[in-house]
Each structure stands twice: as structure tokens, then as C-alpha cells.
Design a protein around this ligand. Sequence first.
Ligand SMILES: *Cc1c(COP(=O)(O)O)cnc(C)c1O
Length: 360
Amino acid sequence: MSRAYNFSAGPAALPESVLRKAQTELLEWGGARASVMEISHRGKDFIALAQESERDLRTLLQIPQSYKVLFLQGGATQHFAQIPMNFARHDQAADYVVTGYWGEKAAKEAKSLAQIRIAATGAEGKFTAIPPRAEWQLDPQAAYVHYTPNETIHGVEFQNIPDVGEVPLIADMSSDILSRAIDVSKFGCVYAGAQKNIGASGLVVMIVREGLLARCPKDIPKIFNYAEHAAAESMLNTPNTFGWYLASLVFKWLLAEGGMAAIGARNRAKAELLYGYIDGSGFYKNPVEKSARSWMNVPFTLPRAELDATFLKEAEATGLLALKGHRAVGGMRASLYNAMPLEGVQALVDFMRDFARRNN
Ligand SMILES: *Cc1c(COP(=O)(O)O)cnc(C)c1O
């Protein structure tokens, strides 16, 4: 058996060179004479790792100095609750733009903490398009506008950052952070669970404007308070040290690959290859409006659902893993995060073409 092309939506594939490096360093990391998992997060070695990883992320995304970078825990889902807790008052409106499953979940989790408004939703069209900006019902007094730039399950992605005026824009970038260059200065806060494009689950990276941290209320438990986490350099309690270490290796890998411009070009090429094949196949279909198609997650259906099980079985035998779509959408889904090379997408297309020929 050998490593296969892994199209898992998350936890997802990591770059092989990162895994190999972690493997060689597992017993003794740097000069520590112990594993990175076995040393104090407050010691100078780990502090150096923490600082360097932040510097690397700042370089990759050109994060302005007026933003803090936090390495947190709890998964993106915990922050669905923590964000309104920190950035909105109970009696204040918070606007949610819902373009799929995760945006919907974020709004639901926030409900008991602020006056949640659904400013726009793609639910009527079964989340196959982004509601036009002109139709969003934003409240100019809202505490923030929350949206999901890439909806992992529905395969719907914003190609541009929406303009919401003076209200801080908050983005759940769990499945598209570091997939292309972004202008961080357009956001109040960006956060992402690590298990798609950053590393291992259990770590959350947050990039937050300092001005927004001034809102964090004093009367919530300290451990939920982002300003406290920022003041403690993300070491209010023991961080996920191994997850942080893996993230630091992924940041180094991204820099070595040429940074966001090179990664963005590669991700675009991967997506174009797969969508181009699907659209021309006369066999497979992707339901998403072309202008909203995700570079990271590509859902597609076969002409007859009876074929799904055979497709998955044969794909796995060919070395193409985890293509089963989410139950909310059905069919298949290929996730093409940063660690998926173009050759993996080509192998998928070759298999799909062969399968279509045999089952047409
Ligand atoms: C995976 C995912 C989540 C959930 O992350 P958890 O770590 O399981 O909480 C949230 N939002 C988006 C966009 C995701 O892709």
C-alpha cells in the first residue's frame, strides 16, 4: 500500500514533504533533545517557533501591523459562538450572509448572543449561487457582517471580497485561507480551522484588527476573550503545540512553493482542469453558477445515482480517496486544497473520463 491522492474535504491532505519533515523530527525537534510535543510552550524554543510561524504567516498574507494573529483552539465551530460573544452586544444586530451549510450554522450558533439578521441567503436556490450584493439587506448599525468566502459543502466561493462599508467584515475562511492572495485590510477578522489548508484539526488561526479587539467585553470568561488571548500571545493556556508546529511547517512549505501568487495560480489551474472536464463531459454535472464556483471544493453528480457506489469503489482502487459528497448535497465532491498537486487532479480527470466511457 502507498499514499494515494486524497480528496478529503477535511481533515484533508497535507503536503508530503511536511509529513516527512514532521516524521524525521518526531523524536527530537531542533536542539530540544525531545519531541516538540514534549516541551514547554513557554520555553525559548517553542516561543521561537511561535514567533517565526507568525512572521511567516504575516509574510504570506501581507498582514498589516494593525492586525493581531492568534493561534487558538476549539475548531471554527467554537468561534461561531465566540465571535458574537466578543464583537456584538446582546441587543445589537449582527448581519449574516448565508451561502451554504457553514454560514447557516454560524448564524444559528450566534442566535442566543446577539440579534442575528440573515442579510442575504442562497437557500432558495439550494446554495448554487451567491445572492447579488445589491439585494443584501444590511443594517448599517450592525456589529459586523459575517460570511463564508468558501462554502466547503456546496462548493460556492466568493471571487471578490464584498464591500460592506464601515461595518467590520468577518470571514470564516476555514476552507480557503492561504489558497490565494487576499487583502487582509478589507476585513475586521478572518478565522479558520486548520484542518483544510493549514495543518491538523484542533487549531484555529485568527487574524483580527486591533480596533475590533477593543470591543471584547470584560464580563465574559477570560478564556473566551480574544483580547486576553492577544495580550497573552495566544498562550493564555497551553496551546495546541503540535498543531501549531505543523502549521509552521506548512507556512514554510507555502513560502518555498512561491507564496500566495504561485499557490493561487496553481489552485486556479487545478480548478479549471476539473471544471473544464466536467462541463465538457456530457456525463458529470456541477450545479454551481460559474461565477461562484469554488477552487477548493468541487461537488459533482453522475447521471444516475445508482452509479455512485461503483464510482467510489473504483476510484479508491485507482488510488483516488474520499470523493463521496456530503449527505446534504449528494453525489461526489473533490476537495483540491493546497496539498493536492495538479497531477492528482489530472489522475482524477483521467479516471472520470474512463469511468464515463464505460458507463455511458
Ligand atoms: C470545516 C469547516 C468548519 C468546521 O470546522 P470545525 O473545526 O469542525 O469546527 C467551519 N466552517 C467551514 C467553512 C469549514 O469548512
